[in-house]
Design a protein around this ligand. Structure first.
Ligand code: BES
Ligand code: ZN
Length: 455
């Protein structure tokens, strides 16, 4: 083990330089113009996996390719098999003018590496690759077989990986899946995440007049779709932050006293949170703390709102249409298909006849909840403590990783969520970064993990 750890220490500069190469690909899965960049990124990963001694192949899908990389396995290996999952796609970097340096030109400032995808998720999955490299290059036998599954569609719902999983269930059968694509409260504060929220995504478009109209000539006699959409969306929530759509909270389990106590231990105060996000005030569902609201309660969130003229200066029109991009975060017991159905039915019912409503469905995933007391979870906690030198905390997180439910359904295996992102890493925001101490300790955690999991 010592030689593995030494190898990691001795090669950090190179690892950071390689991570920068990985980050230079503009692998934005949501934007079709980046298809080539995703392919180039996948090919780079493939070559990198081979260079560090893994058997790797590129698996084409209906969307972006999946990289599969394995430790060399003796035929009929009796070693336990684990999967490491990560994603090489990233969120759109827009708005570009808010970046202090271009999103795909990695820049190091002190302990931070700035680039789109640095924390979510390239830096995090790269830490696992480097730990395995250390085993291979020092000739230290791994106590288990490993398969890396690195996909290019996590940020758009992982639909094609789900298909791939079903077709390769035998090959991918494993004891557990390890995913570092979540967070931890602070650089010295590691965490095991045992719950994620689910999600449904959809777009609402309200169509009014057949084309944009002069608002002086026609305004007043025709519905304004932007106004109709605003009024409709305003009805979704009450002043206490509760969603008013009947049935929305059906089945949502109340938080137990024990869980509320655990959640209260999360070391970020409301004041700290307010400062971090830079809002004039915190706002959320009454009766719950901010940590509870963002980890364990369902939401209805407008992600984008578009209508009419967005350019400079004024343009006096009644817009022809208005659109909202919406996602709802879901918690255990909420079924995505059911919530989608009741939300869409409510929207249709409350749509005024002066506009025509169109709703297009996007991705969806159930929430995830796993026991933090299982044997693998306890092993993971040991690995975290050894790597970071402090006791990890248990937490529920509000983000979603759709594929982890499929891992459970298709492979019957639990996922260990061992994230090394920080709350101020700006995931999905301008100036995303990754803390290089987390990178180092993440590699160490991965190195310890395989021993702990096979004890
Ligand atoms: N890394 C996140 C998920 C995450 C973030 C989990 C923070 C826990 C805490 C992942 O890359 C992500 O952003 N997922 C999307 C999924 C969606 C597009 C289906 C999300 O949560 O919005
Ligand atoms: Zn993300």
């Amino acid at each position: 083990m010592q030689s593995v750890l030494n190898y990691l220490t001795q090669n950090q500069d190179r690892f950071v330089a390689e991570l920068c190469d990985y980050l230079r690909f503009a692998s934005v899965s949501a934007q079709p113009q980046h298809k080539k960049d995703l392919l180039a990124c996948a090919k780079w990963l493939l070559a990198h996996c081979r260079k560090i001694g893994l058997d790797a192949r590129l698996c084409p899908t209906a969307g972006h390719p999946i990289v599969i990389a394995k430790t060399r396995r003796a035929n009929n290996s009796a070693k336990p098999h684990f999967m490491v999952y990560g994603h090489y796609d990233v969120q759109p970097p827009e708005p570009l003018d808010l970046w202090k340096s271009p999103p795909f030109e990695p820049r190091i400032v002190g302990k931070n590496l700035f680039a789109r995808g640095s924390t979510d998720n390239k830096g995090q999955n790269f830490a696992h690759l480097k730990a395995v490299e250390a085993y291979i290059k020092t000739g230290t036998p791994l106590p288990c077989d490993l398969t890396f599954v690195l996909e290019g569609e996590e940020e758009v719902g992982s639909k094609n990986l789900s298909t791939f999983l079903k077709a390769h269930r035998q090959e991918l059968a494993c004891e557990a899946i390890v995913v570092s694509d979540t967070g931890m409260p602070a650089p010295q504060h590691p965490a095991l995440t045992y719950a994620l929220r689910g999600i449904i995504a959809f777009e609402i478009t309200l169509h009014g007049p057949a084309r944009d109209l002069h608002s002086g000539i026609f305004g007043g006699a025709v519905e304004n779709p932007a106004m109709a959409l605003s009024q409709l969306l305003a009805k979704v929530r009450d002043e206490n932050g509760r969603v008013k759509i009947p049935g929305f909270y059906n089945g949502v389990a109340p938080l137990s006293k024990y869980e509320r106590e655990q959640i209260r231990r999360y070391p970020l105060s409301d004041a700290g949170l307010k400062k971090l996000i830079g809002a004039p005030q915190l706002f959320g569902e009454k009766g719950f703390t901010a940590t509870e609201q963002r980890s364990s309660r369902p939401t209805f969130e407008i992600n984008g709102l578009t209508s009419g003229y967005q350019g400079e200066g004024s343009k006096t029109i009644v817009p022809s249409w208005a659109r909202a991009k919406v996602t709802c975060r879901l918690v255990p017991n909420q079924k995505p298909a059911h919530v989608r159905k009741i939300v869409c039915a409510w929207l249709k019912k409350n749509c005024p006849p002066s506009v025509r409503m169109e709703i297009s469905a996007g991705h969806g995933a159930e929430a995830y909840l796993v026991s933090p007391t299982s044997k693998p979870a306890q092993a993971a906690l040991c690995a975290l403590e050894k790597a970071f030198g402090t006791k990890p905390i248990l937490m529920r997180e509000g983000g979603s990783i759709p594929i982890v439910n499929e891992f459970k359904k298709v492979l019957g295996a639990d996922t260990l969520l061992l994230g090394i992102g920080l709350p101020d890493d700006n995931a999905h925001s301008p100036n995303e970064k990754f803390n290089l101490d987390c990178f180092v300790n993440g590699q160490r955690m991965s190195a310890f993990l395989w021993k702990e999991l096979t004890r």
